[in-house]
Write a protein that binds this ligand. Sequence first.
Ligand code: SF4
Length: 318
Amino acid sequence: MTDTYDNLSKEDALSILLMPDQELPKLLEAAYKLRKKHKGNMVDIHLLTNARSGNCSQNCAYCAQSGQSKADIDTYQMINYDKLVKDGYMVKDRKLARHCIGLSGIRFSDEEILAFAKEIKRLKKETDTPVCCSIGFLTREQAQVLKEAGVDRINHNLNTGRNYYPNICTTHTYEQRISNIKMLKEMGFELCCGGIVGLGESPEDVVDMLFEIQTISPKAVPINFLIPIKGTAMENQSTSALTSEYCLKVLCLARLLNPKSDIRCAAGRELYLKGKEKWMFYAVDSVFASGYLTAGGESIDSTIKMIQEAGFEYCIES
Ligand code: SF4
């Protein structure tokens, strides 16, 4: 194992995830050095709006929005514009970094994309906030329509390692995800690309996913830790492997492999890293506030307080 954590091989990366917890402080220091160099002490906050919820044709086992899930969630075809713009103003007024907008589903008709692009254009005109959309597989033409409407960043997660993917979803392939990402990259979109840890995968699968993400070189890498949601295929998934130490090792590895990217601790931070936020921010420079697509989370005020109490900075004007 290298001492400097430079140019990590897959074997080095695996030994990081498997290292004894007593070695974690050294790893955190190495991650912090890179975080400090590229991101200073700042933490970005993102707000997530679920613009279309539920009834998805896909069978992603962790997802409450899959048509196969029996989770008790609100389902709707398209969010009311007033709610979308209210969230947009929250991003603007609270000086959050970005408005992330997720839509359930994997494919959209051209009419649906045109209607959505119209709402985005209106939102951008009113609030002028940076927008990122999570919106399944797009055709090149649909992506172009969204680009012209003002979407400059798209989220498309890999979710897990290539070999493990068929265990969490069989209605589309890992390769389809990769080709969608490649197309978006070619078209000049900024990319947000991460995954979920705790799906029953091995540490080797996490390493495979993080190396695949490294080749994509996204602007942002959101790392989620599974929140097993009642009614989903993963409601009984054990999360015993998600100790705070393991979660911190994954986040540090994400930073070491993608030093310049925004490393975001997304869903699960409230569950697995409570009280360890100071250490989390040694690797992470970005979080969500006000919850996730179908799970609640810490409010904006509590998130800002948490960042400041951890000794990091969130730039806000009173
Ligand atoms: S993760 Fe996306 S594609 Fe998969 S079931 Fe949920 S909404 Fe559908």
